[in-house]
Ligand binder design. Structure first.
Ligand code: MN
Length: 147
């Protein structure tokens, strides 16, 4: 592993490929992924950078594993549980276990964030019909979420 991976501008890092957010397709919009760090056996963590284009969003999901997220570019909003938060540069977001979450960029600006995660993790759940109905019925959350 290199000691330094240089930032080459615009939240791109030297030699780090720009990947699709997920390979499974359909429930997100306009989002890319870069894997910045993989800890291997000495540190059970991966550091990724995600960037959502203006108007885009991540998948609405929940899972047993947790995330620590730091916004480093632009602004947007996130759903965590039953609350929606405005987020911008250097804000930290904690996503607890089995908690519905979704990130959205504003319509004018990108939203870029670092996300720390365990490399050994369960597959995300997406809302079934009853969870979707429950989320849609919550104040503000109903208008915010993108299924
Ligand atoms: Mn997640």
């Amino acid at each position: 592993m290199n000691s330094i991976i240089r930032h080459v501008g615009d939240c791109r890092w030297d030699g780090v490929p720009l990947l699709n957010y997920k390979e499974d397709g359909t429930h997100f919009k306009a989002i890319s992924r870069q894997v910045l760090f993989e800890g291997g056996p000495k540190l059970a963590a991966e550091l990724r950078y995600f960037e959502i284009e203006p108007g885009g969003h991540s998948t609405l999901e929940r899972h047993d594993h947790i995330h620590s997220v730091m916004v480093i570019r632009g602004r947007g909003h996130c759903l965590v549980g039953d609350a929606i938060y405005e987020i911008a540069g250097n804000d930290l977001v904690y996503i607890p276990s089995m908690t519905w979450h979704q990130f959205r960029a504003t319509t004018e600006q990108h939203l870029g964030f670092l996300c720390l995660v365990n490399p050994v993790r369960d597959r995300p759940d997406r809302p079934d019909e009853s969870s979707a109905a429950m989320l849609k019925a919550l104040p503000k959350v109903g208008e915010f979420i993108r299924l």
